[in-house]
Write a protein that binds this ligand. Structure first.
Ligand code: ADP
Length: 433
């Protein structure tokens, strides 16, 4: 049996968010972290969807393109019939990319001349109307995303934003068409194609709209968007008889010491960190004191490991926009991000080696750094903690398994204020801690 859907996600939290959506909609799904070397279908058991998590959202364009094409070729080798390029529901990117250039290269490799671009995720408040992306009640450009440390979003008009990242024409399918159903949406795609458009931003206000759009892209070789749009895809495959019985999502059977690592400076994470500081021993990290990342990671790890058996602890670099700006003006935007990420990667490795088994990680880039440093090759998707964030259990591909870790990777702006406690309480309940 070969897989039905191959997904390429531009960050690690986005990958688990997408895998979570697919599992909830009845697809057997495995996430792999990076393109596995040598792992074949045999190692992926009975997966119907495979999500390749990349860390390509903010890296140089040529690297993002190269990695995405490598993921595409691996997924095609597994027999993927449709390819989904997943990016953030807030379209996190800059004027040079990476969404446009990656989508261009995937479309070219798949010999297709048309794809949708739909980051809508209504469950988490991301909706699109007349091509403008809203975050909750405000335009993207008025939301806290305007201050993101790496991809500040200052324009809410997605036709304009994507047009700056590609030479191809970008059109719009408005909500009044989506409301008429999938035949009308397909006809609108046809008209845009005729007019030479490569991409269509598609309005979506609720899950019913996503279902309509999902049906309309059933025969598209390439779909691009947020995890919301994946809601409508499994039904297509089910209708075509391509899916087996769904497997229940089970919590990881992992007990042992737990830490929260927060490298996100997003609004939701700031609230979660400030609540958790009152509950658990916490270690704040100042990026300006990380001249020697290895040393700093060692000494913070020692402090955490000293109190390992007295309950969860949190390590965070989370800060408000003014503080982040001060750090960035001293270190440079990318250098600041990179230093903090390398620190958290090393820290996570030291903590794992010291006995930590359960990791709650906040931040997309931060999660990528942590999971890569831990060498986690693949993850089985468990139940959802808050919308878009499941528990996962590490899997080893192709060789004798290491002791599994429980990991949850939270996109910065996801989760309620009590997310960290809730995540750990779910595991405690499962594992009788
Ligand atoms: P989110 O999911 O909220 O976007 P990310 O982890 O993707 O979170 O991005 C946050 C970025 O900000 C990372 O590159 C991280 O290393 C960086 N960062 C974290 N703390 C600070 C800080 N105090 N100052 C500057 N940059 C920081």
């Amino acid at each position: 049996m070969s897989i039905v859907l191959g997904c390429i996600a531009d960050d690690f939290t986005g990958a688990t968010d997408l895998a979570n959506t697919l599992v909830k909609n009845g697809m057997r799904t495995v996430q792999v972290n990076g393109v596995p070397s040598g792992a074949g279908l045999r190692d992926l058991a009975d997966a119907e969807a495979v999500v390749v998590a990349l860390k390509s959202r903010t890296c140089p364009v040529h690297e993002a393109v190269k990695e995405s094409l490598a993921a595409l070729s691996w997924l095609k080798g597994l027999g993927a019939k449709q390819i989904f390029f997943k990016y953030c529901s807030t379209f996190d990117s800059t004027d040079v990319g990476n969404i446009g250039p990656v989508a261009d290269s995937l479309a070219e490799a798949l010999h297709t001349d048309f794809a949708i671009a739909c980051p809508a995720f209504p469950t988490t408040g991301r909706t699109i109307y007349k091509g403008y992306l809203f975050v909750g009640d405000v335009l993207l450009s008025e939301s806290s995303l305007k201050d993101h440390p790496l991809t500040p979003m200052r324009d809410a008009n997605l036709v304009r934003v994507l047009s700056r990242q590609t030479d191809e024409l970008v059109g719009l399918v408005e909500h009044k068409i989506v409301r008429q159903g999938s035949d009308a949406v397909s006809a609108a795609f046809g008209a845009l194609k005729q007019g030479g458009h490569r991409y269509a931003i598609v309005d979506a206000l609720d899950d019913a709209d996503l279902g309509v759009i999902g049906r309309a892209v059933a025969d598209h070789p390439l779909v691009t968007g947020g995890s919301g749009i994946a809601l409508g895809l499994p039904e297509n495959y089910r209708r075509q008889g391509q899916l087996g019985a769904p497997a229940p999502a089970e919590l990881p059977a992992v007990s042992g010491p737990a830490v929260v690592i927060a490298g996100s400076c997003s609004q939701a994470t700031r609230g979660q960190v400030s609540r958790a500081r009152k509950l658990w021993p916490s270690h704040q990290v100042d990026p300006l004191s990380l001249e020697d990342v290895t040393d700093a990671a060692r000494s913070v790890a020692d402090a955490v490991l000293a109190g390992l058996n007295s309950g969860p602890q949190m390590i965070y670099s989370t800060a408000d926009p003014d503080t982040v700006q001060r750090v960035q003006s001293r270190l440079g935007r990318n250098q600041a991000g990179d230093t903090v990420e390398r620190f958290f990667g090393r820290l996570a490795r030291n903590l794992r080696d010291g006995g930590v088994r359960r990791f709650v990680v906040a931040g997309g880039e931060t999660s990528g750094a942590v999971v890569q440093a831990l060498g986690v090759q693949a993850m089985r998707i468990g139940p959802e903690i808050d919308p878009g964030v499941p528990w996962t259990e590490s899997l080893t591909l192709g060789s004798a398994g290491e002791e599994p870790l429980a990991l949850t990777l939270k996109s910065g702006n996801f989760g309620a204020e009590d997310f960290f406690e809730k995540a750990l309480a779910m595991l405690d309940e499962r594992n009788g801690a």
